[in-house]
Design a protein. Structure first.
Length: 324
């Protein structure tokens, strides 16, 4: 089978496509014929050795796939050969076949296509955990989403609306903000051209945002924190801009505000029941037509490094997918 391989840490152009032997389903695991693999920011980090997970070399990036079960390992009872599934693999998805943990592999609901199914777990899983379990976002609260047209950002916009919040989308271009509006944002801020803090204060009549969702980090985190409301919750999601910001600790003191860390992968591993419940609710929203990932572009395995560059160059809106 064909696979995109990372043989040495480096930028996307160091990836190669090669024929490798098919994986085998060991105990508790399955082999999936991959139809589509959603691309996420961690894929750009894992190939550079900058991610928490460092798989043994050579490995394929690609953390979430949709496809068809090819082989079932010993002890797996809820899946059989031929089932259409979607799965959190962590890595290995940029390939024609991948071995996956049966526990993180779910049957695809009726009506979901492979491309959509490969684009829901990371982004919606992360953003729902952040807004529901960590921020405890309430109906009528104001949610500011940074990097709002990105993968997890757009998911946070959609989920914020479903949860009854007023959503302010902030992003770097007007085109991205137009997309956020289509996905339900009530207000938009272009943080490349407008003063983020002043605009949030203006939109909220001086009160500030109750919850700030920040997957970007870098230079905008401090102004975003300064725009937070009394007893606000600031969700630390990630640092797509590259720099991990520091905040003066008088800021949370003055606002009675909380800085709340979000690590969805650890949540799913440590609290599997709660994580499964979140997925059940998310699949319900999808079935009702209330959540639909925006797929910006599709790439072949040979073009996988282009997909990663699109992400590193801030070109992606919503999701990109590698298809077989
Ligand atoms: N904590 C968790 O459990 C968890 C789970 C999943 C992902 N994450 C993290 O969340 C972040 C976003 O992931 P994603 O998959 O949504 O990525 P994405 O689709 O690429 O979105 C990231 C957004 O960040 C902004 N950005 C600013 N500077 C950037 C730069 N130098 N390079 C790339 N993007 C930049 C871009 O928006 P603008 O152009 O509008 O600024 C972009 O849309 C990543 O850091 C990822 O590791 C965390």
């Amino acid at each position: 089978m064909k696979a995109v391989l990372c043989k040495t840490y480096g930028p996307p152009e160091t990836l190669v496509v090669e024929e490798v032997s098919s994986p085998i389903a060991t105990k508790g695991r399955v082999v999936i014929s991959v139809k589509a693999c959603g691309v996420n920011f961690p894929d750009t980090l894992i190939i550079q050795g900058k991610y928490q997970i460092k798989p043994p070399m050579p490995f394929s990036p690609g953390g979430e796939v949709a496809g068809i079960i090819k082989e079932v390992g010993e002890g797996v009872t809820h899946l059989k050969v031929g089932d259409k599934v979607f799965s959190l693999t962590g890595f290995g998805g940029f390939a024609e076949e991948v071995e996956a943990d049966a526990k993180t592999t779910l049957l695809m609901p009726e009506g979901l296509d492979f491309i959509t199914a490969s684009s829901v777990m990371y982004t919606y899983g992360t953003s729902y955990h952040a807004l529901k379990n960590r921020a405890e976002l309430k109906v009528g609260e104001t949610l500011l989403v940074m990097g709002a047209a990105g993968g997890v950002g757009l998911a946070a916009v959609e989920l914020g609306k479903i949860m009854g919040a007023k959503v302010i989308a902030a992003a770097s271009t007007d085109e991205k903000l137009e997309l956020c509006k289509k996905y339900g944002a009530d207000e938009i801020i272009n943080y490349s051209t407008e003063n983020l803090k002043d605009r949030v204060k203006e939109i909220t009549d001086g009160k500030g945002a109750d919850v700030v969702y920040d997957p970007v980090g870098g230079q905008y985190s401090e102004p975003a924190f300064r725009s937070i409301a009394w007893k606000g919750r600031y969700l630390v999601i990630g640092f797509a801009a590259g720099d991990i910001p520091s905040l003066p600790l008088n800021l949370p003191l003055l606002k009675g505000a909380s800085i709340v860390g979000v690590f969805w992968g650890a949540f799913a591993a440590n609290e599997p029941k709660e994580s499964f419940q979140n997925f059940k609710e998310l699949l319900g929203f999808i079935a009702q037509g209330n959540l639909k990932p925006h797929v910006h572009a599709q790439y072949s395995l040979e073009q996988a490094s282009d997909a990663l560059y699109e992400m590193l160059n801030r070109k992606v809106m919503g999701k990109v997918v590698v298809v077989n």
